[in-house]
Design a protein around this ligand. Structure first.
Ligand SMILES: Cc1ncc(C[n+]2csc(CCOP(=O)(O)OP(=O)(O)O)c2C)c(N)n1
Ligand code: SF4
Ligand SMILES: [Mg+2]
Length: 280
């Protein structure tokens, strides 16, 4: 066992795309460390689902969140301690269903967090119901005659919401995915990777993604070009679709103030509140 893997028994189905994501995480963390990021300054979170088990398998500090709430959780972690680099693993049901409002507003305010969505197009843990990214016609326990809905396009949605780093990866290409993770974590502001994750039990997309994915050679220069690329369906581009510089939320909000280093005593806090509440 390596120093980034916990003792927990791994219960993912053999062949699950989550294994590739797990390996890419570990590779990315090692690269980030080589580039100077201290492991104690990395904190993670996760939602609930097969993806969320990664929280128990990765030997990193953090807070295991609720279904749909891990994006809010890491925003709180970052605001409370801006020295942390915070990363969350979400599911597609988790991020694009239950937690979609958190995701859109985190992108809108350019929260300095990294969101990695294990997008398998299905509720894996609860055995195969359709999600916002399930393809039209997808059959599962909740759509036995096939889903009649069009899937969401998460990249286009996040680009429109104001995300400053938007990427797509595939766990069949671990080195490429690890490189995307490094770039996302190093990006100052909201970074988002939609990972095309095959679920071998309920939505096995390995063959499709092996055939259709192709690496983006050059990151589009504008949001409009990135949107056009995100809407392509004949081939599935993977890589960085868009990256732009903009002040991250916590800095726009309180500059270089650090609530950990500038912690106030209880007495001082009470005094400040008294002043705020006093009529003059
Ligand atoms: C608030 C809330 N709603 C529903 C559930 C039940 N639930 C647990 S996992 C899950 C589906 C997870 O799907 P997804 O987020 O796509 O993750 P995956 O299992 O595919 O990795 C659901 C609906 C829950 N735990 N909490
Ligand atoms: S149900 Fe799907 S997503 Fe969950 S562990 Fe099995 S293959 Fe992976
Ligand atoms: Mg899912």
């Amino acid at each position: 066992m390596d120093d980034l893997t916990t003792y927990a028994d791994n219960t993912w189905c053999p062949g699950c795309g989550n294994f590739g994501i797990f390996n890419a995480y570990k590779k990315a963390i090692r690269t980030l460390e080589e580039r100077g990021l201290k492991r104690e300054n990395i904190a993670i979170s996760a939602g609930i689902g097969c993806h969320g088990k990664i929280f128990g398998y990765l030997k990193l500090s953090g807070i295991y969140s609720l279904h749909g709430r891990s994006v809010a959780t890491v925003q709180g972690m970052k605001l409370a301690n801006p020295d942390l680099r915070v990363i969350t693993s979400c599911g597609d049901g988790d991020a694009y269903g239950e937690g979609i409002a958190h995701l859109i507003f985190a992108a809108k305010r350019n929260a300095d967090i990294t969101v990695i969505v294990h997008n398998n197009g299905v509720y894996g843990l609860t055995t195969g119901q359709y999600t916002p990214t399930s393809f039209k016609g997808f059959r599962g326990p909740s759509t036995p005659r096939g889903s009649v809905e069009e899937p969401l396009n998460p990249l286009a949605l996040l680009l429109e919401a104001g995300a400053t780093f938007v990427a797509r990866g595939f766990p069949g290409r671990i080195d490429h995915l690890a490189d995307l993770m490094v770039r996302a974590v190093e990006h100052p502001g909201f970074s988002f990777i939609d990972v095309l994750q095959p679920c071998v039990s309920f939505n096995n997309t390995y063959e499709k993604y092996n055939a259709l994915t192709e690496i983006i050679e050059h990151t589009p220069a504008s949001r409009e070009e990135a949107l056009a690329l995100a809407k392509r369906t004949v081939r599935l581009p993977i890589g960085v679709f868009y990256q732009a510089a903009k002040p991250p939320f916590h800095q726009a909000l309180y500059g270089e103030f650090n609530p950990v280093l500038n912690r106030m005593s209880q007495e001082k806090r009470r005094e400040k509140i008294r002043q705020l509440l006093s009529p003059d």
